[in-house]
Design a protein around this ligand. Sequence first.
Ligand code: PEP
Length: 252
Amino acid sequence: MRRKIVAGNWKMNLSWDEAKSLLLGINNFVNRHKPESKVIVCPPFPFLDRANDIFIGHASVGAQNISEFENGAYTGEISGSILNSIGVHYTIVGHSERRKYFHETNEQIGEKVAMAIKKGIKTIVCCGETGEERESGNQNNVVKEQLDVALKNISPEDMVRQIIAYEPVWAIGTGQTASPSQAQEMHAFIRNEVLEPLFGADVANEVRILYGGSVNSGNADDLFSQPDIDGGLIGGASLKLDDFTSIIHAAE
Ligand code: PEP
């Protein structure tokens, strides 16, 4: 049985006062309800340390990005050692906004994943096709190439602890969600045609594959009840306490 994960990606949003009140609300909720799913919240970097102080018990804090470099003269970057030293043990890697606006390549994302693992940070590795790539029927090739490259230096022992997030670019922040069957089809493809050849059937069966792209309190239930959908990576709806907690409920 794979334990579901609900992860919130706050992106570049909220002041500290707003963030604090949302973090306190999430902390309250998870400690009261003790959800079966794992809850991870990824706020902007400056809030990570304080978020960790607020989260007592059931929820974890994650970064939205990590450097592929170990340490040193890389102005503006944040290393895995820095994250680890403040008790942050998760990071998103290769989000489509990083690919689009900061030109991250599959190779660079692979270096980030390898460095994160070396530093004891678990990764949420994002993949997903654009609308054009889906219209031309190329979605499987695109996702396979993204993951083959991003995961190529990872051992099966390390891979079981990593998380994949399938996030079709055309569904992110657009209100246009992949249908549960479209998402299930891609998740099964990732598990059986990408992860299994790379890491073997046992590892492929254990890796959690999250869906991301306009998940909300109304559609989460249907998406999360698909056999290969192990929870969600939530953008917009993770900024509102009621929406986020309803989505956590849906993962029960
Ligand atoms: C995301 O950016 O990871 C995401 C899924 O965003 P949204 O839920 O807003 O579509």
